[in-house]
Design a protein around this ligand. Structure first.
Ligand SMILES: Cc1cc2nc3c(=O)[nH]c(=O)nc-3n(C[C@H](O)[C@H](O)[C@H](O)COP(=O)(O)O)c2cc1C
Length: 229
C-alpha cells in the first residue's frame, strides 16, 4: 500500500480531525498553493460546517477560557480544534440563521452586499453569560481583508459581554494576512460597551495549511498563557 499518496493520507488525516467529539471536514487542506489560489473558489458544505454535525457547543461551569469561532469551509474550525487540544477550553460555534452557500461565488456576492449595506447576518444561537471566562479565543476567516460577517454580527450583539477579558484573536485566510480584522474586533467591542480588554498577538494561518500549524499553535497558546499570568 502506498502511504505516500497525498489524497489518501489527507483523507485519513481528515477522518481523525475532531472538535468536541464531532468530525471536521476541510477538503482544501489537500491543496497546494497553486491549486488553493488564495482560497478563491473554496466550496463549503452549505451549512457552515454543520451539514453532518450539530453546531459545536461545549459549555461547562468551571472553564476559565472559551473559544468562540465561525467557520464556513472548515479551516478555522480545524484551527479552533488545535487550540482546544492544548488548553481544554469551553467552545461556542457562531451559527447564523441563513447559512452561507456552498458555492464560493454566491457566498462572495452575499458577503459583498452585506458589507456594502452593513447588513450583517442574523444569528441563531444561545449565548451563555460569559462572566466566568478570563480568556476569550476569537476565531474567524478573513473576508475582504477584514472580519467575516458572522463574527461582526456576534460582536455587534454580544461585544458588551467581553469586558475585562484577555482577547486572543485567531484566523485563517487565503494568504493575504489579517487585514484590519483585529482593529475591527477592538472597535466593535468598544462600541458595545466592552472595556479594559487586553489583546494578545493574533494567530494567522493560511486556510490550506492549518494541518501543518501545530508548532505555531503550541507557541501561540503558551504565549497567550504567559500574557495571562
Ligand atoms: C467571501 C470570502 C472572502 C474572502 N476574502 C479573503 C481576503 O480578502 N483575503 C484572504 O486572504 N482570503 C480571503 N478569503 C479566503 C478565506 O479567508 C480562507 O479560505 C479561509 O481559510 C476560510 O476559512 P473557513 O474554512 O474557516 O471558512 C475569502 C473567502 C471568502 C468566502
Amino acid at each position: 500500500m502506498n502511504f505516500n499518496n497525498d489524497s489518501v493520507s489527507n483523507k485519513n488525516q481528515q477522518a481523525n480531525y475532531k472538535i468536541a467529539g464531532q468530525s471536521i471536514s476541510a477538503p482544501q487542506l489537500s491543496k497546494n498553493d497553486r491549486e488553493w489560489q488564495n482560497g478563491y473558489g473554496t466550496r463549503s458544505d452549505g451549512q457552515d460546517t454543520n451539514s453532518q454535525n450539530k453546531p459545536t457547543r461545549k459549555i461547562t461551569k468551571t472553564a476559565k477560557s472559551l473559544i468562540i469561532y465561525f467557520s464556513r469551509s472548515g479551516s478555522t474550525e480545524l484551527l479552533a480544534s488545535k487550540i482546544a487540544n492544548q488548553t481544554n477550553p469551553d467552545i461556542l460555534e457562531i451559527v447564523v440563521k441563513d447559512p452561507y452557500a456552498g458555492n464560493y461565488q454566491k457566498t462572495l456576492s452575499r458577503a459583498n452586499s452585506e458589507r456594502e449595506n452593513q447588513d450583517y447576518p442574523e444569528l441563531n444561537m444561545q449565548v451563555p453569560d460569559l462572566k466566568q471566562y478570563d480568556t476569550i479565543y476569537l476565531g474567524y476567516p478573513i473576508w475582504a481583508m477584514t472580519l467575516s460577517h458572522p463574527m461582526t454580527a456576534f460582536l455587534k450583539t454580544y461585544g458588551g459581554r467581553l469586558t475585562d477579558k484577555i482577547i486572543a484573536p485567531f484566523m485563517t485566510e487565503g494568504g493575504y494576512g489579517q487585514g484590519d480584522s483585529v482593529q475591527r474586533v477592538r472597535e466593535i467591542i468598544r462600541e458595545q460597551g466592552g472595556e479594559r480588554d487586553t489583546f494578545t498577538k493574533a494567530l494567522v494561518v493560511d486556510g490550506n495549511k492549518v494541518d501543518q500549524a501545530d508548532k505555531r499553535v503550541t507557541q501561540w497558546v503558551s504565549q497567550v498563557h504567559a500574557d495571562n499570568n
